[in-house]
Design a binder for this molecule. Structure first.
Ligand code: NAG
Ligand code: NAG
Ligand code: NAG
Ligand code: NAG
Ligand code: NAG
Ligand code: NAG
Ligand code: NAG
Length: 500
């Protein structure tokens, strides 16, 4: 297979960083995935040089075809500082973004590793970060991108590390948040002989085409501040619809929302994209509300549901639509965007690029491919009882077709979803020694386990008031008691899995 350089030449690297910062064609949150990936990285106060270095293993391109003998280099990280003889192996599973070495020194799993003297590994997911199985991300090449191949990578990785580090009889626990949370649970389902327990945080385990529940949870999260917020958002959103109907209204919208381009009302995709980006202002904030990076000042984390609803409820700021525009302005400033880019063509053009140095290769294109072939998860506005409108299911399906080709239509996507749910069991899965922590205001919890019942051999933990993956970040003195309690329960379960 192709030989991928392990260190990008400096000029290429700079071009890559620049292309990320000036490029707004891809929205800052696309299908529930912010740039960088769904699991934000905790803050690290040390020096970059102190982080563990990149390590590489030779991995098979296609685990399900022996006739294909291509190999590629997969990245991983090690932290052996806490390890004591006989201690367990902990693996953080990489997901739909670059695997960050900061996770090797920070985060709740590191605190668990200290107390259990664990050997820690993190494996980067194929096609993300520096783990490039193919020369580019052409549709042809992306056929090797799937959760099944990723789980097989993990199985071979475990065999490899047990040999390399002579950890033949040590117990093994996997960790993951968001999509890697699903992988963590699925690995226990598919390869129970290789893993003794799994933490599956904020893990969607039911693939669906039309993920209407997402905006339902967003709407309920807005309701936690009182009933007005949803009403104001709904009124404002409807006013946008009215203004779109006239030429002068569209000019007004362009100015109010600082849009990069004029609105062409005949361009239904642009209009849908505009509506979707306006909802995106709220989606991103709800999904990461008060997560445990906030106190460390990661960009945007000081903006909470309260911040947005205070603006929406503030009569001093004018009509609801003025307040909606104020929210938009706040988000543009926070993410250093000059204007709001809603051009569908620009977004599709960006997501169609197949170079590893293009902005899409940050993960947006790859994750889009996985939604189009395995998961769906389309956060549409098709549910009635929530304030947003204007981005129906066909808008999401159209994107699959426009980015990957005509054959990626609703039928193909639905077949992929059926396959995923048949393969892993969806709500019918019954793995033992798995814990599913979920946050009550995280929209993704709607696709995770929602009730406990006597025939469930696994554990669910419902954390009231927390968002996506909150339990994975380092603990702080101001954590709500139910979050602290959840972390303790996970710790106890790990202890049980390691001794039984
Ligand atoms: C990416 O690399 C290709 C060659 O491999 C080059 O043509 C292109 O200009 C590069 N793009 C960026 C954004 O650096
Ligand atoms: C492992 O993590 C600890 C805690 O952050 C850190 O002090 C140590 O340097 C790390 N070890 C390695 C080998 O990176
Ligand atoms: C992508 O890579 C394949 C080889 O895997 C190559 O044949 C093809 O020309 C490349 N496409 C582009 C656009 O570079
Ligand atoms: C969030 O923090 C940034 C950087 O510290 C600051 O400039 C901004 O005003 C804060 N925003 C809010 C809404 O508190
Ligand atoms: C989606 O379908 C509706 C109704 O059939 C149509 O009006 C709309 O233009 C379509 N939108 C997109 C973005 O394709
Ligand atoms: C997917 O599964 C559902 C329910 O089992 C079935 O009704 C539907 O026909 C399947 N769709 C496709 C495209 O296979
Ligand atoms: C929304 C959700 O998933 N809630 C469930 C999470 O798990 C707890 C059990 O700890 C259930 O009671 C919740 O219904």
């Amino acid at each position: 297979m192709v030989d991928v350089p392990k260190v990008l030449p400096v000029t290429l690297f700079l071009a890559f960083v620049l292309s990320l910062s000036v490029n707004a064609g891809i929205p800052k949150i696309l299908r529930g995935r912010p740039k960088g990936g769904m699991l934000g990285v905790p803050k690290w106060h040390g020096k970059k040089e102190e982080l563990p270095p990149d390590m590489w293993l030779k991995q098979k391109l296609d685990h399900f075809n022996d006739a294909d003998t291509s190999y590629w280099e997969q990245r991983y990280f090690v932290n052996d500082t806490f390890y004591k003889d006989g201690g367990p192996i902990f693996i953080m599973i990489g997901g739909e973004g670059t695997a960050d070495p900061i996770w090797m020194v920070e985060g709740m799993w590191i605190e668990y590793a200290k107390s259990y003297n664990a050997m820690c590994f993190q494996l980067e997911h194929r096609y993300y970060g520096k783990s490039h199985p193919t020369e580019n991300t052409s549709v042809e090449n992306l056929r090797y991108l799937s959760s099944e191949q990723a789980l097989a990578d993990l199985a071979y990785f475990i065999r490899y590390t047990r040999d390399k580090y002579q950890l033949y009889h040590n117990k093994l626990i996997t960790f993951g948040g968001s999509y890697p949370g699903s992988l963590s649970a699925w690995f226990r389902v598919k390869y129970p002989h290789l893993v003794n327990g799994a933490v599956a945080t904020s893990a969607p385990i039911n693939a669906v085409l039309n993920f209407v529940e997402y905006l339902d949870v967003v709407s309920k999260a807005l309701d936690t501040t009182g009933p007005m917020c949803n009403k104001m958002v709904q009124t404002a959103h409807m006013t946008v619809g009215k203004l779109l109907q006239t030429d002068s209204g569209r000019k007004q919208l362009k100015k109010m929302f600082n849009l990069c381009d004029d609105i062409d009302i005949a361009n239904t995709e642009d209009v849908a994209n505009l509506y979707s980006n306006l909802a995106g202002n709220f989606e991103g904030v709800v999904q990461y509300n008060k997560d445990n990076r906030a106190f460390e000042g990661a960009v945007g984390t000081n903006i909470t549901v309260d911040t947005l609803c205070n603006i929406m409820n503030d009569v001093g700021r004018g009509d609801p639509i003025d307040r909606y525009a104020a929210v938009n302005a706040l988000m543009l400033t926070t993410y250093s965007e000059k204007c709001m880019d809603f051009s569908y063509k620009k977004m599709i053009d960006d997501l169609t690029k197949t170079d590893w140095n293009s902005s899409a290769a940050e993960g947006g294109r790859q994750w889009m491919y996985q939604t189009c072939t395995e998961f769906g998860f389309y956060q549409t506005s098709d549910l009635k009882d929530q304030p947003f409108t204007g981005f129906p299911l066909n808008f999401s399906i159209q994107q699959c077709i426009d980015i990957f080709g005509a054959k990626f239509n609703a039928d193909l996507i639905q077949k992929g979803i059926n396959r995923t749910n048949t393969n892993y069991g969806a709500y019918g899965m019954k793995p033992t020694k798995v814990v599913f922590p979920n946050g009550s205001i995280d929209p993704w919890h709607a696709l995770s386990f929602t009730t406990t019942s006597v025939d469930q051999p696994f554990t669910t933990i419902y954390i009231d008031g927390t968002a996506h993956c909150a339990n994975m970040y380092p603990s702080t003195p101001v954590d709500p008691p139910q979050l602290t309690e959840a972390r303790k329960t996970i710790n106890t379960l790990i202890g049980q899995w390691l001794t039984t």
